[in-house]
Design a protein around this ligand. Sequence first.
Ligand SMILES: NC(=O)c1ccc[n+]([C@@H]2O[C@H](COP(=O)([O-])OP(=O)(O)OC[C@H]3O[C@@H](n4cnc5c(N)ncnc54)[C@H](O)[C@@H]3O)[C@@H](O)[C@H]2O)c1
Length: 333
Amino acid sequence: MKYIYDDLAQKNILITGGAGFIGSNLALYFQQHHPQANVCVFDKFRDDTYFPSGNPTSLGHFKNLLDFRGEVVVGDINTDLDKLKDRDFDYIFHQAAISDTTATDQTLMLETNFEAFVNLCKFAKQRGAMVIYASSAGTYGNSPAPNIVGVGEVPENIYGYSKLQMDIFVRRILEQDSQIPLIGLRYFNVYGEREFYKGKTASMILQLGLQALEHKKVRLFKHGEQLRDFVYIKDVIQANVKAIEARQSGIYNVGSGNARSFNDIIAVLKKHLGDFEVEYIDNPYTFYQNHTQADITLSSECLSYTPRFSLEQGIESYIPEIVRIFETQVRAR
Ligand SMILES: NC(=O)c1ccc[n+]([C@@H]2O[C@H](COP(=O)([O-])OP(=O)(O)OC[C@H]3O[C@@H](n4cnc5c(N)ncnc54)[C@H](O)[C@@H]3O)[C@@H](O)[C@H]2O)c1
């Protein structure tokens, strides 16, 4: 790598999408563990525009950043990168995106997730900044698991396609010069603190936990045997931070390395929240990933990424926050 990480003191860090779930966790991680780094968050936040599904078109929320004391720049990644034109950055953690996998507006999805990323890479190149960006397990569509980078990249929706376009662009750049500091992280199903404002697109773990607390009953797609690689937010933060010292630029899976069923989530939630009823309903989605599992061999080798949280450990760590959200946001409604 051209730009070798030594210490983040006085380094300038940009986090796009920093008002969202993963971006705000990153911002607060650097604030706590690298207080001498200069952290700047760039985000559109949410406005009053909605997809036909009723979901907001951008999910950032100021409440995710209540404890953040760094700089906040409000802007649309599609049009407002100029707001940062006089600024230097050493590291760019790019999380800004339409993260709603059910969105169907192909134009907006590709402009926001793919084209804006291409522009951001130019912006980074001018500054010699390293780019660590969010790709997704959505790039694999319904290809057989375990999912290996470079194999079975057949996205089934426009979201997955937009993320694959980012990765294809990066591969092209790295073919020309493998030393350019560019790391793509293919997150699998992330759950944990600060996802509440994603609403209906928050993880199943939060949604099922809140349903159980509110109704003593949850609804699950038949028959709860779908398998997913659920990865706890602290492991995703670990992957991002370790990416700074990556041995090689490229694209890496970020999951727990294990596939677990929806029924497994139910069992863990019951252990912490007590018994509740499960109603199995028909799945209305024409496309649904039925089995994802990250092969993390390369991520371990090149990023020294080692997931520390099993599903049981992640949910146990998250439960107090789920209960707090229920008491302060749901019950108080
Ligand atoms: N959470 C997951 O399970 C998961 C899995 C795979 C990939 N990802 C990717 O990780 C990244 C972060 O995801 P997240 O779960 O934190 O989602 P999120 O929606 O909470 O965060 C995305 C942020 O980007 C901002 N944003 C959206 N459009 C923007 C625009 N045009 N200009 C500026 N900012 C804009 C939003 O306001 C939001 O704060 C995204 O790129 C997402 O696609 C997430």
